[in-house]
Design a protein around this ligand. Sequence first.
Ligand code: ZN
Ligand code: ZN
Length: 123
Amino acid sequence: MQCPKCDSVMNPVAYQSSTVHRCTNCSGLWFEPVDHERLKGLAGQIDTGDEAVGEQYNHVDRINCPKCIHWPLLRMVDPQQPHIWFESCKNCYGRFYDAGEFRDFAEQTLAEFFEDLKAPARD
Ligand SMILES: [Zn+2]
Ligand SMILES: [Zn+2]
């Protein structure tokens, strides 16, 4: 598989019964549908890239699906975490996360959950 962001090779890496593709250059990640939810707990092992690099590639858009080739990837926002932008294919429903984004996505759990529950500061 070829990285939609930097055209480098994406290597398949097996986790449990799923296969994630990781770019050898920018460390972007390609997930088959639903795998990003199933593999959340392994985010630290899967998303090994440098988030500063991911931040640079986050600005690359208008890219095509690495699997379907002629289908554009659509930029989407995580409804729970609107600062995370990922790309998704509406043909195969795969998802692309830049380096660091999948860790961020998975870490939402406790810290940000409690942050949301905090009462607003008093004036
Ligand atoms: Zn790449
Ligand atoms: Zn696709």
